[in-house]
Design a protein around this ligand. Structure first.
Ligand code: CMC
Length: 428
């Protein structure tokens, strides 16, 4: 048996042999399938890239049928239990877990770079008070590219690593600035002795005196950050790779990735879940809401996934983390509605037949709300750790010899050629 695919073109009766490698064929191998010499060759049509491996990656592995997620080979469950966000970010970037001294110098470097340049801080103060913090975060990431012109040197390894460090270290400060600017409060500098997560909480919530993060809440946020750090070729990561493929600097590419994450079908889903739970209002209203979902009137936000066709492994960990947070903050009253939705959905034929299960966003918003975050901050909290995945994927893309500027093809279905019509002869 050879690792090839034999294709017969019934338009011409010709047969072609196409190599199969890693369960894929090279789409460009199909170009040789033509009806005649003027034909440019066969294309594939895959509007949302649902069946196209657009990259080769060593970073994150997902088996959606079995609910498996691994970063660099390490199961997400083990990382969530034993690792920290910063260690996980290092793993994503470098491919290996750090030694104690590597982790210490990585942590020190992130600490040293975690404050925003003053001019950027000033810029963020100029947004309208009640604006959405994702808009501020996206603008802030793009603005950082103006402050660090050396970011354009994307093929200089040292420069690349400097920008990666800045993006990972400064995004929490951007997020905190967006949060506080929305409330008309100035950004505060975190005390030096707090961890990166503790310092982030201080930048958000400190009011006058010293802020001491609750260790259980700090750990919960650390776990949520680990779970959100990467998820292979999703919409925002692919935006990062796609924009990066034009050799844009990584701040501009991260701004594009953050914009992709903003949408309610991606990182905005956790915010949408909270809105949905609030609208449902009580456990008694859940069956009626499920009927509306079945009728196609609304989507059950926080359910379903392009890749997971079983329970999202991150959702399982988040559900456990929620209990630990609620022990400190008190139970979020919306939890009962969420649990009832999940109970009914998991036995309802509409969801079972489509293999729709809770995803990472179903319970995360409840935790964030209990911790004191307004719902507009939820996608921002998703974006902070995802920067580590974005930059790891961006660097992998740049160093891959197969990388070329992203440029998909289209099937043109518009008018054929016609003559320009003067305005006085056009009919409505
Ligand atoms: N509620 C109701 N029906 C759904 C849902 C849902 N949440 N998700 C999918 N379906 C239905 C959909 O209507 C379709 O039904 P039919 O075959 O009858 O037309 C079928 O299930 C397949 O759905 P799809 O839209 O083709 O699936 P997709 O892979 O294109 O979309 C998704 C994936 C995540 C966008 C979608 O499941 C969704 O909109 N979920 C709600 C939003 C959400 O929770 N997003 C967070 C994703 S996880 C975090 C992240 O990675 O960003």
């Amino acid at each position: 048996m050879s690792d090839t695919l034999t294709v017969t073109d019934n338009r011409t009766g010709r047969t072609y042999e196409v190599p199969v490698e890693n369960g894929t064929i090279r789409a460009t191998d199909l170009r040789k399938i033509k009806t005649d010499e003027r034909d440019a060759g066969l294309l594939t049509y895959d509007p949302a890239l649902v069946n196209t491996a657009a990259v080769r990656s060593h970073i994150t592995y997902i088996d959606g049928d079995r609910g498996i997620l691994r970063y660099r080979g390490y199961p997400i469950e083990q990382l969530a239990e034993k690792s920290s966000y910063l260690e996980t970010a290092y793993l994503l970037l470098r491919g290996e877990l750090p030694t104690a001294s590597e982790l210490a110098s990585w942590t020190k470097a992130v600490h040293e770079h975690r404050l925003l340049p003053e001019r950027i801080e000033g810029l963020l103060d100029g947004f309208p008070r009640d604006t959405h913090p994702m808009g501020v975060l996206i603008s802030g990431l793009a603005a950082l590219s103006t402050h660090y012109p050396d970011a354009k040197s994307i093929f200089d390894e040292e420069s690349r690593h400097r920008q990666i460090l800045r993006i990972i270290a400064q995004t929490p400060a951007l997020a905190a600035a967006a949060f506080r600017a929305g409330q008309g409060r100035p950004l505060v500098r975190p005390p030096d002795d707090l961890s990166v997560i503790g310092g982030f909480l201080a930048m958000l919530f400190a009011d006058g005196g010293r802020y001491e993060p609750h260790p259980a809440l700090e750990r919960a946020l650390d776990v949520l950050f680990i779970l959100h750090a990467d998820h292979e070729q999703n919409c925002s990561t692919y935006a990062m790779r796609s924009v990066g493929s034009s050799h844009a600097d990584p701040f501009s590419a991260s701004a594009a990735a953050a914009a992709a994450l903003y949408g309610p079908l991606h990182g905005g889903a956790n915010e949408a879940v909270l809105r949905m739970l609030t609208e449902i209002g009580s456990v008694d209203h859940v069956p009626a809401f499920i009927k509306r979902v079945e009728a196609g009137e609304v989507r059950l936000m926080g359910f379903g996934h392009r890749i997971y066709k079983s329970y999202d492994p991150r959702a399982k960990i988040i559900k456990r983390t929620a209990d630990e947070v609620f022990d400190v903050t008190g139970r979020n009253p919306l939890l009962d509605i969420a649990m009832e939705l999940e109970r009914i959905a998991l036995q309802d034929d509409y969801f079972v037949s489509r293999r729709l299960y809770p995803n990472v966003d179903f319970y995360s918003g409840l935790i964030y709300q209990a911790m004191g975050f307004p719902s507009e901050m939820f996608p921002v909290l998703f974006a902070i750790p995802r920067t580590s995945g974005w930059v790891a994927q961006w660097e992998e893309m740049l160093l891959d010899p197969d990388t070329r500027i992203v440029r998909p093809r289209q099937i043109y279905e518009g008018s054929s050629v016609r003559d320009y019509m003067p305005i006085d002869r056009r009919t409505p």
